[in-house]
Design a protein around this ligand. Sequence first.
Ligand code: MF3
Ligand code: CO
Length: 251
Amino acid sequence: MIECKSARQVGLMRQAGKIVSGALRLARELAVCDVTTDYIDTEIERYIRGNHGSPMFKGYRGYPRSTCTSVNEEVVHGIPGPRRLREGDILSIDVGVEYKKYMADGAITIPIGKIPPATRRLMEVCEKALNKAIEGIRPGVMLSRVAGCIQEYVEGHEYSVVKDYAGHGIGRCMHEEPQVPNYVSEELLANDVVLLSGTTLAIEPMICMGSGETEVMENKWTVVTKDRKLSAHFEHTVVVTDTGVEVLTVE
Ligand code: MF3
Ligand code: CO
């Protein structure tokens, strides 16, 4: 069952989304050479709480921190720690906020100092894939169209999409129905759904330079590419409106 949210519910998610967006803006300022991911996480938690939100990841299945910080070959769910960012790194930072029982989820990939053109292109293709998929949304569009849009754009630029993780419905819980994969499969087509006004989704392409296959590190959280090639990740929470779509993770 996909719950269509009321205007009141969307209003609270919009408030949560503004805090996510502000936190990601802060991350862009903080993420520079020699800073630790631990420091960035601490400052973002302070920002979230200062804006009357709570960090939705903290304590989720025992997850210890408020953000996920995934560097270079780390795809998602990197745990903030003593690692210092270095020139040429790319940092995916993922932030979830709960505000008055409603949730929003967003992520960006940030270049640290000067990065090689090939790395910049990976990031740009990921962000563009997300934005193109969002632009195509209106009531009546099938979920598989969103997935297909991301896959076509990414593979058309000779990168791979991660198939082991997906976006998701969101609202009262961080993960609600439906799953929002970044590629089209038989399974998706068999379970396809129509997007209706009031449907709220977190769309999050994770894309790679290599095969896109992943494994989980010994800490049981950090997802890395098997071939250790670079990966980028962008995410927005959106709501389908009567006439189109609204991005909720904006200020
Ligand atoms: N955006 C991620 C997701 O939707 C963040 C979850 S991190 C966790 O799964 F630590 F909370 F699991
Ligand atoms: Co998410």
